[in-house]
Design a protein around this ligand. Sequence first.
Ligand code: ATP
Length: 465
Amino acid sequence: MSAPNIETIVSLAKRRGFVFPASEIYGGLGSSWDYGSLGVELANNIKQSWWRWLVHERDDIEGLDSSIIQNRLVWKYSGHETTFSDPLVDCRTCKGRFRLDKLQDVQCPKHPSLHPGEDKECDLTEAREFNLMFRTTVGAVSTDEDENALAYLRPETAQGIFINFANVLNTSRRKLPFGIAQIGKAFRNEVTPGNFIFRTREFEQMEMEYFCRPEDAPRILQEFIDAFQEWFYTLGISAANLKLYEQTPEELAHYAERTVDILYRFFPERDDEEKQFDELMGIANRKDFDLKAHSKKPEDAEGKRINSDSTEDLSYFDEATKQRFYPYVIEPAVGVNRTLLAILMDAYTEKINDKSETRVILKLKPELAPIKVAVLPLAKNKPEIVAMAKDLKKQLLPAMRTVYDDTGGIGKLYARQDEIGTPFCVTVDHESLEDNAVTVRDRDTWEQERVNISELKEYLQKHLG
Ligand code: ATP
């Protein structure tokens, strides 16, 4: 089973310390969220899994960490200043503001059972383009309108990679094909953020730009589509909740040859099966658009340089064929936050205990679980048991994230760990003092096994994978 809706995860996330509404003590800030002690661990584990898989386990991808604020010209030549916008409509009746292409995803403020525009009272304006980039000014300027100081918070991490193509190529001495990977924050002034961490104005991306010969691009694109589906399976997301979506020619970005989105069933409560799915990530063949756009040499049809500001030519010289060309780019772009939401939704399970009570189990893959082991004393008023449990925690800590908890009865402690996805609970009881063994309880099966303390670390390591 998985979560019946996002709201179930919102309440679990707040109750247990995964995600909190941001600025809550001041009334919040629409669609901004803070990640608590468990949320930040889960997000870090997701990022580490991605980084290890792409940068460390393969031998053809380099890492990068570029600036959030870049020269404004980056966003001029990438096309974001002119084209990174959404069509926005206002409702003259309710004064609501909506994204024209997402009307079906939001409720009419006056008639929540309908979408904006569906009620006869709705009076929507013509659509106008709204640029999504957050503006800021750099340096001590006289006014906020000072065009010379204007800069943007990056709306994607990708451009930081393109403008560093030559730096990475020259310093790493790579040959095509190779990729550059980056994880970092991105900012978009979304017209209609919402659905918890699915769409926010500040979010995190894991993007990789894979540079290749034009003729290899279609094959490599397909390879990454297959590989990323597999990666999501390894994170515990079930195939039944994932779906591929081939963008139609009308939907494709002007520079893209083919884009396939991997969708997740974020909205299982919707009647229409098609509408249950929404984008988790996109994988695009961006052709040679980006490297050309940031290069000083390419010219348009009239012989005019398309970029009169760049000081670099981002072409590639192929030693074997003695040819110079602009590599094609395959871009798999994943959202950290949407991945985290999909993982929480997919791991969510309910189980009835022997007292007919419903218990929540978060069946996270051990690799992703924020806490791997909880050590629980069966009697907290017995100093020898408490001391043994605390000592065990210390022994396990360097190898795996372990917590000690004695703040309730054993049933309550188990339930709490199940709900946050801790794979194993280790219970120290009276017998432990005699036989030097503890009870190890499995989160998913609730089965218990007696394990000698001298073998405990090895036992847990083996089962955690
Ligand atoms: P959407 O169509 O949902 O607005 P997009 O196609 O514009 O998304 P991309 O530009 O392809 O998104 O960004 C890559 C990934 O970054 C997305 O697949 C998603 O996981 C994540 N992402 C994009 N925008 C947001 C956002 N506002 N909040 C959270 N994650 C986002």
